[in-house]
Design a protein around this ligand. Structure first.
Ligand code: BGC
Length: 749
């Protein structure tokens, strides 16, 4: 017997053995859970549903005035957030050991894009369209965080966001449900690794359930009113994908949805999440969101907030303290069934068992492992690669970039050039013993190292501040620019202008930065503009006039190196926008997968009575999926296995992609579909698949996609997931506005 058949014979036995072990473990956990529940008082049960923030850090408005130690010893706290590092987690865990039942604490943390090693902000990572790289980024974050005693990250944030005024677009994967779903699943896999209980895995927490990204006017915490069909079609898919990927927990959201706050929303949490989707993990509220239902005007007081929350399926109370104060009483009064409380408590405790905390509460908190894990050089390397993969080349004249190593002088100008901290972006963790500023490679540092190695002189001028109206630095900047062969100018919004509660009504470049770019442009020198931000900004003049523009978002610890890698072409850019970039705030919301309307406008044509603007095109400045490379690609030979597809058939689509330039590069080949006629109107285009191919100069590769019934389905007006017979347009391209090949096929009855 050769090895392969032997393996084939043994594999089913092995699999059934491991499945058997998993079943035995689950049964064991349930037995231990029953035994523990039987010993718990009502107050101890409620205690498990209470999470409070530690004393040193706050990621929201702290209202708790008591003493954590007393509460933990009394069994009134089940989990904590913002307790960072092995030392701190061990101290708190020691207090839990002094409680009657010694139930270990859970430690949660917003590990949103890295722990000590900071990766690009999630929106930037999403621009990579590189699922294995995104998974690896989450894996590194989990490995570092778990080694520091953290059990649970409040990520991934999977809110679809079509409004860049909303500061939290930076935390998600952009506007598209398909791309968002793939990325959501990749992040969950990355965080949870080989499974809960492994020492390098943390529980994922999928947030914010649901529709938080659709806040009216892009104003954080604002209301959302949307049809059930839009909810299912656009906003829920990434949540469902994350649940299917095995996410351990969910977090609900601050917004009301059609008049019912998400935290008190039985339909979302009980019917959809725990019902239809069969989610067995637990749901934590967002910070204070239970108590805020009083302010919403949904319940009259904190006690009613506790009742509405638990009945709606919110298992754990973050920072409202309404469960701690009222839940036991509500159960005693019969307003909340004991079974409802027990279900919530079991969901929480089950995770503590799965993490192995009942066997050793400090198993994640090992100072030696923390020291040898956090900030490992290979993690820095992964962060550098991820950062380079996240930079989107928006415009290129084909001559200036990549920078030639033979350049004599480069001027590097702008307020973003020297500061290090900003590159880490919002939602980066302050880790004890790590000086974030010192550990972050500034843009200057990255480019200077590289220029020096080439013998190129790098000149600097700040030119202007990020904010304010002071133009006094322009003259110096222009003087410096005149001495250079190429001018690279780095501008943007401040790093703390995006993230929670950082909505902007004007998403242009702040201060006089655009005027600085104009002054440098006027020198006639070859010009490259780098734009740093946590959201799509409006930079219409630059987009119109500057021939080389790259979007650098916030790239994390290795920002400077990654920028140099891309500018010099060591990394050939291949990122694609995961969200449309508007021309003006007035265009918002602008997204590629819109309906056609009855009077579609044609951009560039002056037509009366059309669905357009009289003062702006409909098309965004840069479309979803857009991003350039230092090489070029040609698409040819679209082949469909059939143009008449039976109801149960799968369509195979193939095409040939050729690298027609002189450098190796990655192309992200995108497949879009349009259902031409349906019982409810369908978008003009929907991303259904994509593939990244790496091609050497001149190389041709065949790319294939499978289109199955699922890809042709949508929610009809009865919310049934159906594929309706009829014609479909199939489009393959390099961006949603750069379709290279198309065909039509029919789905038969
Ligand atoms: C945010 C959540 C975050 C939580 C804990 C809230 O204000 O909305 O995304 O996980 O705080 O820090």
């Amino acid at each position: 017997m050769t090895l392969r058949p032997l393996f084939r014979t043994l594999l089913p036995i092995l699999l059934s053995f491991t499945a058997g072990m998993a079943r035995a473990e689950t049964a064991d956990i349930e037995r231990r859970l029953d035994a523990l529940m039987a010993q718990m008082t009502l107050e101890e049960k409620v205690g498990q549903l209470n999470i409070l923030s530690g004393e040193t850090l706050a990621t929201g408005p702290v209202t708790f005035k008591g003493d954590h130690a007393t509460e933990i010893r009394a069994g009134r706290i089940g989990a904590m957030l913002n307790v960072v590092g092995v030392n701190s987690t061990r101290q708190y865990q020691a207090l839990a050991r002094q409680s009657r039942l010694k139930i270990p604490l859970l430690f949660g943390q917003d590990v949103i894009h890295g722990y000590a090693t900071t990766f690009p902000i999630p929106l930037a990572e999403a621009a990579s369209w590189d699922l294995p790289a995104i998974e690896r980024s989450a894996r590194v974050a989990a490995t570092e965080a778990a080694s520091a005693g953290i059990h649970w990250t409040f990520a991934p944030m999977v809110d679809i966001a079509r409004d860049p005024r909303w500061g939290r677009v930076m935390e998600g994967a952009g506007e598209d449900p398909y791309l968002g779903s793939r990325i959501a699943a990749a992040r969950v896999r990355g965080f949870q690794g080989r499974g809960l209980g492994e020492l390098d895995a943390v529980m994922a927490c999928v947030k914010h359930f649901a529709a938080y990204g659709a806040a009216v006017g892009g104003r954080d915490y604002n209301s959302v009113d949307m049809s059930e069909r839009q909810l299912f079609e656009t906003y829920l898919p990434p949540f469902k994908a994350a649940a299917e990927a095995g996410a351990a927990t969910f977090m609900n959201s601050f917004n009301d949805l059609n008049g019912v706050p998400a935290t008190g929303n039985r339909h979302l949490q009980r019917d959809i999440l725990k019902g239809q989707w069969g989610f067995t993990g637990f749901v934590v509220s967002d910070w204070g969101s239970m108590g805020e239902m009083v302010t919403h005007g949904y319940v009259k007081d904190d006690k009613a907030a506790a009742e509405a929350s638990i009945l709606a399926g919110s298992d754990m109370d973050m920072e409202s303290q309404v469960y701690g104060k009222h839940l036991a009483e509500l159960v005693k009064e019969g307003r909340v069934p004991m079974a409802t409380l027990d279900d919530a408590v079991r969901r929480v405790l089950r995770k503590k068992f799965e993490l192995g905390l009942f066997d050793d509460a400090d198993r994640f908190a090992d100072a030696a492992r923390e020291r040898s894990t956090v900030g490992r050089p290979e993690f820095r390397q992964a962060a550098r690669e991820m950062a380079a993969k996240s930079i989107v080349l928006l415009k290129s004249d084909g001559r200036t970039l990549p920078l030639s190593p033979r350049l004599k002088t480069i001027a590097f100008i702008g307020p973003m050039v020297k500061p290090a901290r900003g590159n880490r972006g919002g939602w980066s963790v302050s880790v004890p013993g790590h000086d974030a500023d010192r550990e972050t490679v500034s843009q200057w540092q990255g480019l200077a190292e590289r220029a020096k190695a080439n013998g190129t002189r790098l000149l600097y001028a700040k030119g202007a501040d990020m904010m304010g109206s002071d133009r006094s630095g322009f003259a110096e900047a222009v003087r410096v620019a005149r001495q250079a062969d190429v001018v690279v100018v780095s501008v943007g919004e401040s790093w703390d202008w995006s993230a929670e509660a950082k909505s902007r009504s004007d998403i242009g470049l702040p201060g006089v930065q655009e005027d600085l770019v104009k002054a440098l442009h006027a020198t006639g020198k070859p010009l490259v503009v780098l734009l740093s931000a946590g959201r799509p900004m409006v930079f219409d003049w630059i987009a119109e006039h500057v021939p080389n523009v790259a979007y650098t978002w916030w790239l994390g610890s290795e920002a400077g190196h990654a920028i140099a890698d891309v500018l010099y072409g060591d990394h050939n850019p291949s990122a694609r926008l995961p969200i449309s970039f508007p021309r003006s705030v007035g265009q918002i919301p602008v997204y590629y997968n819109h309906f056609n309307t009855g009077r579609p406008a044609t951009d560039g044509k002056q037509e009366e009575f059309k669905s357009g603007y009289i003062d702006s095109p409909n098309a965004p400045r840069f479309a979803f999926g857009h991003g350039l490379s230092y090489t070029s690609f040609a698409y040819a030979g679209l082949r469909l296995s059939t143009t008449r597809l039976g109801a149960r058939d799968t369509l195979t689509v193939s095409l040939d992609v050729r690298n027609t330039g002189e450098r190796a590069g990655d192309e992200v080949v995108q497949l879009y579909l349009r259902d031409r006629v349906a019982s409810v109107v369908r978008p003009v285009k929907e991303l259904k698949d994509f593939q990244r191919v790496h091609l050497a100069p001149g190389e041709v590769r065949t790319v294939s996609f499978q289109v199955d019934r699922d890809k042709l389905s949508f929610f009809n007006d009865k919310l049934q997931w159906v594929a309706e017979p009829g014609e479909f347009d199939l489009m393959v391209g390099a961006a949603s506005d750069d379709i290279r090949l198309s065909a039509r096929f029919e789905l038969l009855e």
